[in-house]
Design a protein around this ligand. Sequence first.
Ligand code: WTA
Length: 657
Amino acid sequence: MSEGHEIDNLLHEDRHFAPTRDFSAQAIAQPTLYQEAKDNRLEFWANQARYLDWAKPFTEILDWSNPPFAKWFADGELNVSYNCLDRHVEAGNGNRVAVYFEGEPGDSREITYAELTTQVKKAANVLISMGIKAGDRVAIYMPMIPEAVVAMQAVARIGAVHSVIFGGFSAESLSSRIEDAQAKLVITADGGYRKGKASALKPAVDAALSGGRCPSVDNVLVFKRTNQEVGWVEGRDVDFNLAMAEASDEHVAQAFPAEQPLFILYTSGTTGQPKGILHTSGGYLTQASYTHKNVFDLHPETDVYWCTADIGWITGHSYVAYGPLANGASQVIYEGTPETPDWGRWWSIVQKYGVSILYTAPTAIRSFMKMGSQVPNQYNLSTIRVLGSVGEPINPEAWMWYRKVIGGGHAPIVDTWWQTETGAIMISPLPGITSLKPGSAQIPLPGIEVEILDDEGAVLGRNHAGLLAITEPWPSMLRGIWGDPERFVETYWSKFEGVYFAGDGAKWDEDGDLWLLGRVDDVMNVSGHRLSTAEIESALVSHEFVAEAAVVGAKDETTGQAVVAFVILRQNQLEKAGSDADVSKILRDHVTKEIGPIARPRTIMVVAELPKTRSGKIMRRLLRDVAEDRPIGDVTTLADTAVMDIISGKVAAGASD
Ligand code: WTA
């Protein structure tokens, strides 16, 4: 763990923030949860599952007879959408607001549980009329508008499987994900509002399906959000708004087995090919709702909850589309970017809707910090009572700022560690119980068992950096990688026998609080978004200019890590292009086109050589030193030690913006 050592001396944190008596007195999570889970972990999870409405109650809790292929609550049956919608209406809460929608241009809508239920029933009927059946895959490529949630819920309602693709991904990425899942239908929109203007989505879908690609797709359902002009393929494209207007609002949700696939969500791994992480129904909804309620101290009658994540990420699945709705919460959905029309936008939304629980990412917090406290200070944020953080480690300085400036100096911060693969929060303080420590995710939730292991799998005690492993199955665990069971076993379950390998470094401190130390594999974390070095490298070498490429995540003050690419160019191609070709811009544009703007390298460094071990493996550690402008580390395993001198001499010439 070479990374761990650098971080070790940073992890001394003496500040503690004990819960106030008032907060604890009203808290949803009770300290007895820890004991209950310890006494009988499976019974504990069964009790959490019983908060859901089961059409057919389960009798079996966990089937772990064929690890790592788990089945939770397998003989039970339920409908996910019924649990998120109809049951709240039936309980007399139909008039409660489910969604406060704030469009970027300033339009807003309130949608009650009764209204949302009706919309999802209509959308389910639209899907059925297009021939979508249980088990079919539906790709969703939508802006952050309520219809995105309606689409997800409607797919779930009929037992089909959604694959949401983040709107920032390119046509290429969209195409490969549609192909991999063999989606029959794509649900999209003409566009959405971002940074003050209508930004198009439909053209990317048209491009993804062009030239005979994605033959599995029969139809494209297009929601009109911006009313910008879009191309239209007769017989394939269907107007979502018109179809909804004509659809019946009657639909009785049918129950499906607990292990019915619910969604696939693609995430970056250590190879160039993204992995389709598969989640199923009963266990997923159990843990999404349990964590949402206890970690955020949700009081559904009075709280206004806002998670700023896009539905294109797992956080937008578990803590926008499913967890909050299963718990009958009232939540804010905001379409646009935080700086539109200015950096006060989020805080004006908090003030407007009286947001009481805010869940966001450290990158955003650091951006706000940079703009200065005077911006949020202009707004009334006094309704805020719980703050959450997710996606990357939150540095203690940002934690303190978040608490003081956004949380009025009193709101507890829950630093939640989890992954696309875990489906729901795994490690987090519980507000009202845990004494908080800035920068540490602290302890596994009741029902979750983790260890920190060394490379050989030996359990490490306090103050030793090692690898984070989850040692017992959990209800919302991934059930596999779509179409690739071997990769599932190989990636997560073969490093240590019978134990889930998370790919993160971690350490227990002297108080027994857990610190996350970042990825230990070739996965980067840029603004809380996972990107694979291999994926970006393969995008770079697909350009005619590039002979070889190596990508690293370099520390970045705002985004956590930034993409830095080292490339060796093909001289002959370059000469053809002419001496004034802006190589850096061309290659950065190329990555944007191949993967999407989130993967666009911050810096391209043109080099003559790359540092490699004798076995030919690129030594990213050394490249990171160069990218972060540190003295170069140990180079003794390098095949040619002179390479590093050449490369570091190049740094000054490296193009960057
Ligand atoms: C990182 C996002 C430190 C971690 C929910 C993990 C974190 C990866 C935290 C998963 C946190 C997430 N502290 N690191 N609180 N939360 N991570 O799949 O490296 O997009 O493996 O899921 O983000 O990213 P993913």
